[in-house]
Design a protein around this ligand. Sequence first.
Ligand code: DAH
Length: 366
Amino acid sequence: MSETQTIEHDAKARIAAAADLAALEALRVEFLGKQGSVSALMKTLGKMSPEERQTKGPEIQALRQAVTDALAARKDVLEAEALEAKLAAETLDLTLPAPAATRGSVHPVSQVMDELAEIFADLGFAVATGPEIEDDWYNFTALNMPESHPARAMHDTFYFPDTAPKGGKMLLRTHTSPVQIRTMLAEGAPLRIIAPGRVYRSDSDATHTPMFHQIEGLVIDKGIHLGHLKWTLETFLKAFFENEDIVIRLRPSYFPFTEPSVEADVGFELVDGKRVLGGSGDAPGHGWMELLGSGMVNRRVIEMGGLDPDEWQGFAFGIGVDRLAMLKYGMDDLRAFFDGDARWLQHYGFSALAQPTLSAGVGERA
Ligand code: DAH
């Protein structure tokens, strides 16, 4: 056997036996690297006579090609094997049943807030927000409840030690009404907003929780009167309860931030001991249920909002969102709203993927 044949024989055998890519690379260096045996043979060509080179040249070239081909072929095989091994190790059994995903649900309070935003959007109201940690001035003083005003007593809340920028202490807001002031100051007039959110009072029993939800409404424009307020409340309540038979009654009341102030009652009928909304509360077997506070915005509040009360008038209203949810969806214990009991939520929650319950909202529709 010639030297080239010996090398080729040896190289092919060892390449075929290379166990992995690292071993194969070592062999490539051994044969074809700068110091490799095939490279060494190539270098001998320079010292040969032209005749000898003529026969040896092609022989050595062929050897080099054969070793290169053998290396490439083995590399393909080893790579395919490595891929096979990886696929086998990382296999997924797609026939196994997937673990059941626990599905959350939309809390009735969130659902009702979405419904309200949808109804009021149809009436041209935008959603405004304000902070839950509020300045005494926005929560009370600017709403015509100066320090020592007796109405403050009904709004006992949680105070922070820090002094508020405009005096008094910072506090957890007791109602969504401060958003009225913030929005007037920030945006001027005209305005049509609702402000849903959390509010706090130092109160806890079957019908009171220290945190609950309200939605505030505010319209500021020219020539606004009680008729606008009544129409808006009636239209929104009919849409919200999806009930055209809703009748409301405006009853004189008092709030420092409205003048005149009214409370809106909604008529219900007693059916098998249960209150079913609809119809005048004065009819036999009927009654009135108090639902919300409202009124024409007090001139002093409009002034506190940076506007001229001779030019701008408006109405405002405030409603308990939790109460609305209880009435519409038939829940009777307010505390259960905030217990975080998953079974309660499974029962009363709404699917995040369902269509909104209000298919049409308000307004003229075919
Ligand atoms: N802020 C009042 C409360 O929490 C509710 C309220 C009454 C809001 C009358 C209003 C209003 O905007 O006009 O008791």
